[in-house]
Design a protein around this ligand. Structure first.
Ligand SMILES: [Zn+2]
Ligand SMILES: [Zn+2]
Length: 340
């Protein structure tokens, strides 16, 4: 009896472990899809059907609905059952039975919705995903736009291990602010990772990620202007801001603002030379790929700086149009919420 109770209590934990195994399998499938060897690509081909069903423009191709069930939902369920089989080898039967029951109910739910579960429903505007470990539907939507990143389905653990928490390649970067050794190192690291230079950072619509290079300039004017320019886009804008101090109330606010994916990059106390700038840029990209919202670029203790940042009270920008979802932008008259 005690064993059954324990199996019921631990069931969700085991289910999450199974989901993480599938996240890892998912990452491998995308590696295979990029392989030069045809039969390896063929092995992962069924997963490509899932991405054709909801394509990179987030358009649902209804004619592939049944193919998605066959090629994605059923194999995902079978992978999870294989994990349950392994659990049955090491844990008493009630644990495997509980896990199998949970996986089967989720599978039944997905079949009921024909694949249109919470992660696969159309949205005219996608919110910025929050920092932390959870992956809401806004995070999985990014995987459909950028299939070589954002692999995790429930928690970011696998993305944090494989560096799949942010797309750099093919995104257009706008660089705003004065030239500096650190800014140049960051720019060259982004270009090395395949990031593109926006045709003109001043032209609305030409930038996916805005990098604010002046650590001293107030954040609200450039960030609010960028949010206004991108409010009608389906995908949320992203800002990386160099900051001089961890105690930055505006940066602390933007960290959880649904209008923008925001990352604070704390600059070192002393002006870095070119070698330490390169190291700082590498460190920035390493952590951004793990969806870090705060990276300390200096050599001093990063955890202490992170603690100071987290303890800072957030301050909302004056006059900004604060919404709970980007969808609410649609209800606002154009040009409202100017940050005067
Ligand atoms: Zn999907
Ligand atoms: Zn995928």
């Amino acid at each position: 009896m005690g064993e059954i109770l324990l199996a019921i209590v631990l069931g969700p934990v085991l289910w999450l472990a199974g989901a993480l195994v599938f996240d890892a399998v998912h990452w491998v499938l995308h590696l295979l899809l990029r392989s030069r060897i045809a039969w390896l690509r063929g092995l992962a081909r069924p997963h490509a059907v899932h991405h054709e069903w909801i394509d990179r423009s987030l358009v649902t191709n209804w004619e592939l609905q049944s193919a998605n069930v066959r090629c994605h939902i059923v194999p995902e369920y079978l992978t999870q059952l294989a994990f349950t089989g392994l659990v049955a080898l090491v844990l008493p039967l009630p644990f495997a039975a509980m896990l199998g029951a949970l996986q089967t109910s989720v599978f039944a739910g997905m079949l009921y919705y024909r694949g249109r579960d919470v992660n696969h429903r159309p949205a005219a505007r996608i919110d910025a995903h929050p920092p932390g470990w959870l992956t809401p539907p806004s995070y999985h939507a990014l995987h459909h736009v950028w299939p070589d990143a954002y692999f995790s389905a429930y928690t970011k653990l696998v993305d944090r291990i494989v560096g799949g928490g942010a797309q750099i390649a093919q995104r257009r970067f706008g660089w705003l602010g004065p030239d500096s050794t650190l800014g140049a190192a960051l720019r060259s690291e982004v270009e090395r990772a395949g990031g593109l230079a926006a045709s003109d950072p001043e032209i609305p619509g030409s930038v996916d990620v805005l990098v604010l290079l002046d650590p001293a300039v107030p954040l609200d004017a450039p960030v609010e202007a960028f949010i206004r320019e991108t409010r009608d886009r389906q995908l949320p804008p992203e800002v990386w801001a160099l900051r001089a101090r961890a105690e930055d109330p505006l940066a602390r606010h933007y960290r959880t603002d649904v209008r923008v994916v925001f990352r604070t990059l704390l600059v070192p106390d002393v002006v870095p030379d070119s070698a330490s700038s390169r190291r700082a840029a590498c460190r920035a990209l390493f952590w951004i790929r793990r969806d870090a919202d705060f990276v300390s670029l200096g050599s001093s203790c990063s955890l202490a700086a992170l603690r100071r940042f987290r303890r800072t009270s957030p301050l909302a920008p004056a006059g900004a149009e604060l919404v709970r979802h980007r969808m609410q932008f649609a209800d606002l008259p154009s040009g409202s919420g100017r940050c005067d």
